[in-house]
Design a protein around this ligand. Structure first.
Ligand code: CTP
Length: 439
């Protein structure tokens, strides 16, 4: 591990119990761990648990003469090579965002020169609250890195974004090869033997783990328009032609982009998914509606990410009333839909464009052709029809191809993590393009 001395801050929340396993996993990855608990955290887990698991005394108070006589808080702040707060409650994030130093953990966070990484955990409504979102953005703009939260069932019985990432995912997310800079998808590439390798076989050994240093995202404050989901092309008032896209990849990407401080507008075909926190959602049905929604809002967007599975054809003249099964045969005449991605990429002074491609064979070659034909900055290709991911799946693998022909494979992983890795690559390529335009 690049960072061998990890200061683990535990704040108050039911997820505090997961910090026990996190301590164990960080130690297994080779780090020495010292734990600092807030007062509220002590209501959930006893300090003795962390003392036993970390093998070090647990610090609780700023003004504790006995503890300060050992390693005082300034020494502790200097000792840390990484400060990781998991779980990070809404209250703790607010205090950190305000730069307060009203307890030991916030004081250490101010007094340290080490990178600060937070794993937020809270009720989904608290996470969605504009105050928390603003605090999250403010912290990220200052270089604090947020891991998660994840979405799912919560201890309070509600469902949504706010769960702390699992300890294994936190440790894995802290993996990175370079000594500086954010974890990038390219770094994940080294664990991708092939694009179809199962994740379990490609997981890195604990000794390879390196913890990344956070930096402010070049996407902070940028406007991003994302398309997602399938489209429905009406045959008559009750029937349509659709496809198997669940929208998960696009929604996860929208969420990851919000996590980098971007302002995200999501134009989505029909899905069963809730609007991701902090995203403005416009729902549409057909390809023509999606085209209109996108073209009407594209001015002023800095990036355009087309994950939607847009129908290439629509029914030429949908029946105004329900078609009755009178005839033995029925022929539907289809006409081409406009290509939304190509239209956006062709705009003068248009946004940085990222397309997706679903291919069953010669994935790289066909994706590169698509990138060139549509004039994209980047394309993420997805092998479909095989066992390794794609539509209606929780996991996916991607091959990302850049304008200059560079290829970054992203290994099979859950879509939320894949979205983070892809966002890393978008961030990098967008920053590189902005740099060449500025010079
Ligand atoms: N796309 C779009 N508008 C369309 C069709 C596709 O914006 N009418 C976007 C998709 O969101 C995706 C990419 O274009 O980002 C997919 O490219 P496309 O050439 O449509 O892929 P396929 O439909 O798979 O093409 P083909 O059938 O020719 O392989």
């Amino acid at each position: 591990m690049a960072y061998r001395q990890v200061l683990l801050g535990v704040s108050g929340g039911i997820a505090a119990y997961k910090a026990a396993e996190l301590t164990r996993r960080l130690r297994a990855a080779g780090a020495e761990v010292r734990v600092v608990m807030t007062r509220a955290a002590q209501a959930f887990v006893a300090p003795l648990t962390f003392q036993a698991l970390s093998g070090n005394p647990v610090r609780l108070d700023l003004l504790d003469p006995a503890a300060e006589a050992g390693m005082d808080h300034i020494e502790l702040a200097r000792w840390a090579e990484l400060v990781l707060v998991a779980p990070a409650s809404a209250d703790l994030m607010a205090r950190l965002a305000a730069g307060m130093a009203d307890d030991l953990l916030t004081t250490l966070s101010l007094a340290t020169a080490a990178p600060l990484v937070l794993a937020p955990a809270m009720n989904q409504q608290m996470w969605r609250h504009p105050a928390t979102q603003a605090n999250a953005r403010r912290l990220e703009e200052r270089g604090v890195r947020l891991l998660g939260p994840a979405s799912g069932e919560q201890a309070c019985g509600e469902v949504g974004l706010g769960r702390m990432l699992e300890p294994a995912a936190i440790v894995e997310a802290l993996i990175s090869a370079p000594a500086a800079g954010n974890l990038t998808g390219k770094d994940l590439g080294h664990i991708a033997a092939t694009e179809i390798a199962p994740a379990t076989e490609t997981a890195p050994a604990a000794d390879d783990l390196a913890i990344s240093r956070p930096t402010a995202s070049p996407l902070a404050g940028r406007q991003v328009l994302v398309t997602a989901g399938p489209t429905r092309e009406a045959i008559d008032p009750v029937r349509y032609i659709g496809n198997r896209s669940s929208g998960r990849m696009g929604y996860a990407l929208a969420q990851a982009l919000v996590g980098r401080g971007a302002r995200v507008l999501l134009v989505s075909g029909p899905t069963a998914l809730p609007a991701p926190a902090g995203v403005e959602l416009v729902r549409v049905e057909s390809a023509l509606e999606m085209h209109e929604a996108v073209m009407g809002r594209i001015a002023g967007q800095d990036l355009f990410v087309a994950t939607a599975a847009v129908a290439d054809y629509r029914v030429a003249d949908p029946a105004p009333t329900k078609i009755k099964k009178g005839q033995a045969e029925l022929t539907l005449r289809l006409v081409r839909n406009p290509d939304i991605l190509a239209a956006v990429a062709a705009l003068p002074d248009g946004p940085f464009t990222v397309g997706f491609a679903a291919e069953t064979e010669r994935v790289e070659e066909q994706a590169l052709n698509k990138l060139r034909a549509k004039g994209l900055d980047m394309i993420a290709a997805n092998r479909v029809g095989g066992p390794q991911g794609g539509f209606e799946r929780e996991d996916n693998a991607l091959t990302v191809i850049h304008r200059d022909g560079r290829v970054d494979p992203l290994a099979l992983m859950p879509k939320a993590r894949l979205a983070e890795a892809l966002t890393d690559l978008i961030e990098e390529a967008y920053a590189a393009r902005s740099a060449t335009q500025d010079s």
